[in-house]
Design a protein around this ligand. Structure first.
Ligand code: ATP
Ligand code: SF4
Ligand code: MG
Length: 345
């Protein structure tokens, strides 16, 4: 993409004016290919292939797409658990994409991560006090201050502060995720990358954690990159949503536009699989079946990478990759040669 195209490829900030808290441009991550049995190097995996978006302070951007499309890799590059192969991640006006571990330390305070599996992300041999205090100690807090704040954070996320000296296995899944959230809040971050934060939890507990995240957002002014494959959860929490397919964003825009009148055939197919609460509407609606599995990012199809699964594909789709561009009103963008027309009015 040219610089001009990538600047446009963000779906627009939520408030339309203020500089974004986070700007991601042309982000690429290539993993080395796995060795074959014969010892030959496999084709490199382009897990993320030119992703761009903005997140405003206090905003939630949802990131959705099938398994393996590059959501986690994108999130991990934003928090710099992974170094981008190319492209940029700018936080609060500063390019953090290639900062050294030392230079990153002050930035880490402001950008934290919540993981999918609360238990595997909490050290089973550490007490909750230690788990929540660690990020504060790493930022130079004293032990007594860190423990005091850990107790406050337990209270904030709805846990009993007296349970600080317990170990993760003494908590339920929902409680463990609350501990993960408390840990992420320890350094008073401004942006949280939540990678499938409720997918591993029972449905009733999911709602509690989503409520908690929304309350914390209102109280603390947090911004979220909320990664999930469950489109209903994302619809509830996000202001804008980005849909990924095989390492790229294929549609991005405000929730009402993307959910209300999806422009990209892939978005339409994903949404048509989400059950509607109204049985009559559920019976009447068009269902678009997604054929087969996504191709491997080591061998992406030519042209539009969605073409082997797209019911609208034509000749041009097999040879020319569509650019992400504005379709219809607002700043909603889609990467399709034949996007759905925006509804009249
Ligand atoms: N360390 C790695 N080495 C090689 N390939 C990787 C590595 N990490 C991820 N991949 C590949 O990159 C692609 C994107 O993976 P990623 O985990 O970002 O997808 P995802 O959208 O988060 O999927 P899921 O919904 O299953 O969590 C996949 O094809 C995956 O196999
Ligand atoms: S560009 Fe063609 S193949 Fe790709 S989503 Fe649009 S219609 Fe389908
Ligand atoms: Mg993932």
């Amino acid at each position: 993409m040219s610089a001009l195209e990538t600047v446009a490829a963000t779906g627009g900030p939520a408030d339309g004016g203020a500089p974004p808290l986070l700007s991601v441009r042309d982000l690429v991550k290539t993993f080395p290919g796995r060795r074959t049995r014969g010892g030959r190097a496999g084709a490199p995996v382009r897990a993320v292939d030119g992703v761009g978006f903005d997140i405003a302070a206090g905003e939630t951007l949802g990131l959705v797409g099938e398994s393996g499309c590059g959501k986690s890799t994108t999130g991990r590059m934003v928090v710099r658990l992974l170094e981008p192969t190319s492209g940029s991640v700018t936080f609060d006006g500063r390019d953090i994409s290639h900062l050294s571990a030392r230079a990153l330390r002050p930035v880490r305070r402001h950008v934290q991560m919540v993981f999918q599996d609360p238990f595997s992300s909490l050290n089973p041999r550490q007490t909750v006090a230690r788990i929540i205090s660690d990020p504060m100690l790493a930022q130079g807090s004293g032990a007594a201050d860190a423990r005091k704040r850990a107790a406050e954070l337990m209270d904030l996320v709805g846990l009993i502060p007296e349970h600080l000296d317990r170990y993760p296995h003494e908590f339920s899944g929902g409680q463990a995720q609350r501990i993960g959230i408390a840990r992420s809040l320890a350094t008073r971050p401004r942006l949280i990358i939540a990678d499938e934060p409720v997918s591993a939890l029972d449905v009733s507990i999911q709602a509690q954690i989503v409520n908690l995240m929304e309350t914390l957002q209102r109280e603390l002014g947090l911004a979220y990159l909320f990664i999930a494959h469950d489109l209903s959860v994302v619809k509830r929490v996000c202001d804008r949503v980005a849909v990924m397919y095989l390492g790229r964003i294929v549609e991005i825009g405000h929730k009402a536009q993307v959910y209300g009148a999806p422009a990209h055939p892939y978005t339409r197919a994903l949404l048509s699989a989400v059950p509607l609460p109204d049985p009559a509407a559920e019976r009447a609606r068009e269902r678009i079946v997604l054929l087969g599995d996504p191709p491997s990012p080591a061998h992406p199809p030519a042209g539009c990478t969605f073409h082997p699964r797209c019911h609208k594909a034509r000749e041009i789709c097999r040879t020319e990759a569509p650019l992400l561009q504005i379709t219809g009103p607002g700043q909603r963008q889609a990467a399709c040669h034949f996007p759905e027309p925006a509804p009249a009015g």
